[in-house]
Write a protein that binds this ligand. Structure first.
Ligand code: AMP
Ligand code: MG
Length: 408
C-alpha cells in the first residue's frame, strides 16, 4: 500500500504546500483590519473579529435532563415518596422538602436539596399518588450541572472562527444579540481571453462561452466576499492596463486565463510595469501556472483559464488565501483517506486532483480528467489527491477532499 501525504519530487515545480504557505504568509501580512458589528442573524459565513468569551454559566443552574422526579438519593428506601411540588421548565422551584420528591420536566431547574432525577419510566405512581422508584439511583443522575457547557470567563469561540448556523446558535445560547465580524473582502473578478463571450450571445467562430466568470462570482459570494464583476478582458496590453486601473477599492484582483506558457501574458506585463509579479509553476494538475503579484499595491492572483484548473487552484490556493485575509485560522479543507477504486499506473510529476466520487467506500474518478472538462467536477463530489511520483493500484489509500468542504 502506498503511503499518503508524503510529497514527492517534482523537479523545478513548486509543491502545492509551498505555494499555499507563501500565499498564506502574504495574506497574513495584509489581513483586513476593519470590522463591523452585526445582528446575530446576519453573521452567517463571516469571520469572528473578537474572541467570544462567556458572560454566564451554561446552563445557569442545574436542570433536569428528563421528564421524571427529582429527589435526594439518600431518601430512597424502596418506600413510595410523596410528590411535594411540580416543576416545569421556566419555573423557579421551592427547596425540596426532605423525604419527598418533586415532579419535574426536561429543562426545569432542579430544586435545592435534590441530587438526582429519576425518569418517569422507572417510577410507579401509586393509588394514593405517592411514587415508588423501582431502581437504586446515583447522585447527579439525569441532572445537567450548572456550567456543564461553559462557565463565566471561558473562551467559547476564538477570533478568526468562521461563523455558521452552529456558531450562531452557540452565541445565542450565551445571550449575544450582535457580534463583531471582519468586514467582507472585496474581490474583483476578471476573465481574460479574446475567445470569450458571455452566455446569451450567439457563439461566433473561434469563440467559447465564459464559464469561469459565473463560477468564481457565485463561489466568492458563498465565501462571503463582495464581488466586483470586472467582466471579460481582451488579450491586449492597453486594455489590460486600463481595466486594472479602473478597479478601485478592492482587496484582491482575481483573474483567470492568460497565464499559460507561450501566451502573451498581458496581465503579467501590466503587473511588472506597475507593481510586481511572481510567476509560479506549481506541481499541481489540473493547474500549474499561477500568477501572484500586485498592481498599484492591490494583490492580484491569476489562475489558469481551463475551468477545471480554475476550480482546483481556486479551491486549494485562492480560497484559503481569501479566508486568511479575514483572519481565519483553519483555512485548509478537511481531507480523509479512502481506498482508490481505480488503478493509476503512470506516475506524474505533479500532484493530481482528480474529480471523483465515493462509491461503496472507494474513490472512483470521472472518465475524462482533462482540465477543460468542467463536467468532471459537476459529476464529482470530491477531489481525489494523487501525490507526485506515485502509482496506485485499486485498494491503495488516496486522500479525498469533499467538494462541499471547499465550495462554501
Ligand atoms: P489561457 O490560460 O488563457 O491560455 O486559457 C487556457 C484555456 O482555458 C483555453 O482553452 C481557454 O480558452 C480556456 N479559458 C480561459 N478562460 C476561460 C473562461 N473564462 N471560461 C472558459 N474557458 C476559459
Ligand atoms: Mg487566454
Amino acid at each position: 500500500m502506498n503511503p499518503v501525504g508524503k510529497p514527492g519530487k517534482a523537479g523545478s515545480l513548486m509543491a502545492v504546500e509551498v505555494a499555499l504557505a507563501r500565499l498564506l504568509e502574504m495574506a497574513e501580512a495584509s489581513t483586513i483590519g476593519e470590522r463591523e458589528r452585526l445582528p446575530l442573524a446576519q453573521v452567517e459565513g463571516r469571520i469572528l473579529a473578537d474572541d467570544l468569551v462567556s458572560t454566564l454559566d451554561l446552563p445557569p443552574w442545574p436542570n433536569s435532563a428528563m421528564d421524571g422526579y427529582a429527589l435526594r438519593v439518600a431518601d430512597w428506601t424502596g418506600e413510595p415518596l410523596m410528590v411535594s411540588q411540580k416543576i416545569f421548565a421556566g419555573q423557579v422551584p421551592e427547596p425540596l422538602k426532605p423525604g419527598t420528591c418533586a415532579r419535574i420536566f426536561t429543562g426545569a431547574p432542579v430544586p435545592a436539596g435534590a441530587d438526582c432525577v429519576e425518569m418517569q419510566e422507572n417510577a410507579e405512581v401509586q393509588a394514593d399518588e405517592r411514587v415508588r422508584f423501582i431502581e437504586a439511583m446515583a447522585p447527579g443522575q439525569n441532572i445537567r450541572p450548572q456550567g456543564q457547557e461553559t462557565t463565566v470567563g471561558e473562551l467559547v469561540l476564538p477570533a478568526g472562527t468562521r461563523l455558521g448556523p452552529i456558531e450562531q446558535g452557540l452565541a445565542a445560547s450565551l445571550g449575544c444579540a450582535e457580534l463583531n465580524v471582519v468586514r467582507k473582502v472585496r474581490v474583483a473578478v476578471l476573465s481574460t481571453g479574446d475567445e470569450l463571450i458571455e452566455p446569451g450571445q450567439p457563439l461566433g467562430p473561434g469563440q467559447i462561452y465564459n464559464s469561469n466568470r459565473v463560477l468564481l462570482c457565485s463561489w466568492l459570494q458563498r465565501l462571503g466576499c463582495v464581488v466586483i464583476d470586472a467582466g471579460i478582458l481582451p488579450d491586449d496590453l492597453a486594455a489590460t492596463r486600463a481595466r486594472l486601473g479602473e478597479l478601485k477599492d478592492v482587496d484582491l484582483i482575481l483573474s483567470t486565463g492568460g497565464v499559460s506558457v507561450g501566451e502573451a501574458d498581458f496581465l503579467g506585463i501590466a503587473l511588472r510595469e506597475e507593481g510586481e509579479l511572481t510567476l509560479w509553476k506549481l506541481a499541481i494538475k489540473p493547474g500549474k501556472p499561477l500568477t501572484f503579484g500586485h498592481f498599484r499595491g492591490v494583490p492580484v492572483i491569476g489562475l489558469p483559464g481551463n475551468p477545471a484548473s480554475t476550480l482546483v487552484t481556486f479551491a486549494l490556493l485562492a480560497r484559503p488565501y481569501l479566508l486568511r485575509r479575514q483572519g481565519m485560522k483553519e483555512v485548509e479543507p478537511l481531507k480523509f483517506q479512502v481506498p482508490a477504486g481505480f488503478d493509476w499506473p503512470k506516475a506524474g510529476n505533479r500532484r493530481e486532483y482528480l474529480r471523483g466520487r465515493l462509491e461503496n467506500g472507494r474513490a472512483i474518478i470521472y472518465k475524462n480528467q482533462s482540465s477543460g472538462v468542467l463536467r468532471s467536477a459537476a459529476w464529482a463530489d470530491g477531489l481525489v489527491e494523487v501525490l507526485e511520483d506515485r502509482t496506485l493500484i485499486e485498494g491503495d489509500d488516496v486522500n479525498f477532499i469533499p467538494l462541499s468542504e471547499v465550495l462554501s
